[in-house]
Design a protein around this ligand. Structure first.
Ligand code: NAP
Length: 282
């Protein structure tokens, strides 16, 4: 049984195996409150991004938590409007100023430039990546990575990178297994993180998942989070509600059987966000 085990990046930096998502937590009290509750509940991994517009509040909740900074793993991301070397460097500085922290644990390219962006999309991703490599070399961030990079985005980046991404964060939940990209990440020593692990809440009402949860005396959310962990996809569930924040963290006292894992993994698509990296327009 794994407890609150960590994943380990290719540079040996550990990442707590369950993170707290903060997308759509409003800037201001909602974010401060939710992140504070998450830290009290035991989460030591917080996922934010420049475009969530709540980095300031995430930083404040971390600073006022009383928990040593070194015990909390914080991720942020460079937004699409700041691609390219100089832009991404500036975006990093702006994020750090908002967070009010001395260093960041993980900095990600939020979305790849794609064929839709224009013919130079691969070079643009490499330029953005070069900026992340530079802040990593300067020890401003302990690990760097990407998000929403499918195999055909990741391969050209790997071909040109001096430092390999340590993490790839993708949409992942029952019905969306990202098999090819997950296999490439595994083969390349890249930690695979799952965004929208609960399918934005829509996965929770699936009757097969409910049936497993009822049989085990757990909730659907706990079963899905456990399924992610046992599938080596680091889950980042978000909630604004105290009881759900606690519920989503209470997943280290049980294990799913292989039969239950297989049943969930076999579900057809039913709750995708529709945010496919090649089709998003932001
Ligand atoms: N890299 C990317 O491009 C990207 C994209 C999307 C998300 N993310 C990251 O991944 C995190 C998670 O994704 P997400 O927020 O989109 O979706 P999610 O975590 O799958 O689902 C969040 C939704 O589920 C509800 N919920 C959470 N726990 C619940 C429970 N125990 N029972 C019932 N409902 C529950 C929440 O409602 P309440 O809040 O009302 O409780 C919210 O509506 C984000 O917050 C963000 O940090 C990254």
């Amino acid at each position: 049984m794994d407890t609150r085990a960590s994943y380990v990046c290719s540079n040996n930096v550990p990442i707590p195996a369950l993170g707290f998502g903060t997308w759509q937590l409003s800037p201001g009290n909602e974010t401060i409150r939710a992140v504070s509750i998450a830290l009290e509940a035991g989460y030591r991994h917080i996922d934010t991004a420049a475009c969530y517009e709540n980095e300031r509040e995430v930083g404040e909740a971390v600073r006022t938590s009383g928990i040593p900074r070194a015990e909390i793993f914080i991720t942020s991301k460079v937004w699409n409007s700041h691609r390219g070397y100089e832009n991404a460097r500036r975006a990093f500085e702006a994020s750090m100023a908002r967070l009010g922290l001395d260093y960041l644990d993980l900095y990600l390219i939020h979305w790849p430039a794609t064929a839709r962006t224009g013919s130079g999309w691969q070079a643009l991703n490499s330029e953005t990546w070069r900026a992340l490599e530079s802040v990593y070399a300067e020890k401003r961030v302990r690990a760097i990575g990407v998000s929403n990079f499918l195999t055909h985005h990741l391969e050209p980046l790997l071909a040109n990178a001096s430092i390999k991404p340590m993490v790839n964060q993708l949409e992942y939940h029952p019905g969306l297994l990202q098999k090819d990209t997950k296999a490439l990440c595994r083969a390349s020593g890249i930690v695979f993180e799952a965004w929208a692990p609960l399918g934005k809440g829509k996965a929770l009402t699936h009757p097969d998942i409910r049936a497993i949860a009822e049989r085990l005396g757990k909730t659907s959310a706990q079963v899905i989070i456990r399924w992610c962990i046992q599938n080596e996809a680091l889950p980042l569930p978000k909630s604004a509600h105290t009881e759900r924040i606690h519920e989503n963290y209470a997943v280290f006292d049980f294990e799913l059987s292989q039969a239950d894992i297989d049943a969930i993994s076999g579900l057809p698509p039913f709750c995708d966000s529709g945010l496919h990296p090649d089709r998003v327009t932001f």
